[in-house]
Design a protein around this ligand. Structure first.
Ligand code: 6PG
Length: 246
């Protein structure tokens, strides 16, 4: 299992600039290698600046050859302000020359979220022909140690067969859909973006020995790379040059 590579920056802006450059290059290389690239986006506030920077790099990222997915979604209409799909549309997707049919939002209109989870799994099966291996997955970290919508104590954290399941948020009760750890572990490149002193304790736990009490600590690629893009406030120490192997 891959060891985390931790990169500490003075600010959200600096880490977003560095992460955007790395992710843009990974997408460019993936598209060059196989003609297409795949990215799974997260929700939350932290990736907003990253999205805007990736949108400004539309010359280097072959967006028309990128399939866009979501690692999790709030179970609300896609035009709801809480929707991760809407967040991505507003901050990235409406600004780049995508292939519309290659944007794959999680469905949130089925009366039963479990049916929606099953539909997205079938989409992934059709697109990947087996366990999805995303070229890039963008992840966040909650103060409780959650990532995607894998919350501490949730059965979704233990799911090893299904790739997409319904989940209940515990930080703000809301039905969600989430990809599961088998998918996260199969990624070619997993990128966590974490800022703020309020995330410091969760970050320490996420980088420590993997534990079910901190689902983010379990999200370690089997073969792919794992990079934590963090600011000084979350890291609890000044920005270092380059990465800190742990
Ligand atoms: C979501 C995200 C979630 C998020 C973390 C961090 O749908 O909310 O997928 O996992 O990444 O809660 O959110 P912030 O970036 O807002 O701190």
């Amino acid at each position: 299992m891959t060891e985390p590579r931790v990169r500490v920056y003075r600010s959200l802006e600096e880490l977003s600039i560095a992460a955007a450059a790395a992710i843009a290059e990974e997408l460019r290389i993936a598209a060059e290698r196989s003609g297409e690239a795949t990215i799974a986006l997260s929700g939350g506030d932290t990736p907003r600046m990253l999205h805007r920077l990736l949108a400004q790099r539309h010359e280097t990222v072959p967006w028309a050859r990128v399939h866009v997915y979501w690692g999790d979604e709030r179970y609300v209409p896609h035009d709801d302000p809480r929707s991760n799909y809407r967040l991505a549309r507003d901050t990235l997707l409406d600004c780049v020359p995508l292939t519309a049919a290659w944007v794959h939002p999680m469905p949130t209109d089925a009366p039963d979220p479990d049916d929606a989870a099953g539909a997205y799994q079938r989409l992934l099966e059709d697109e990947f022909g087996g366990l999805p291996r995303f070229d890039v997955m963008i992840m966040g970290l909650g103060e409780d140690g959650h990532t995607a919508s894998l919350f501490p104590g949730s059965p979704a954290v233990d799911e090893e067969l299904r790739w997409v399941v319904p989940a209940e948020a515990t930080d703000a009760p809301m039905q969600r859909l989430t990809m599961t750890l088998p998918v996260l572990r199969n990624a070619r490149a997993l990128h966590f973006l974490v800022v703020g002193v309020e995330k410091r304790e969760a970050l320490v736990r996420a980088l420590a020995k993997p534990s079910r009490s901190c689902p983010a600590s379990l999200a370690r690629p089997t073969e792919g790379t794992l990079t934590w893009w963090v600011d000084e406030a979350a890291a609890g120490h000044p920005a270092g040059e380059g990465s800190t192997q742990r």
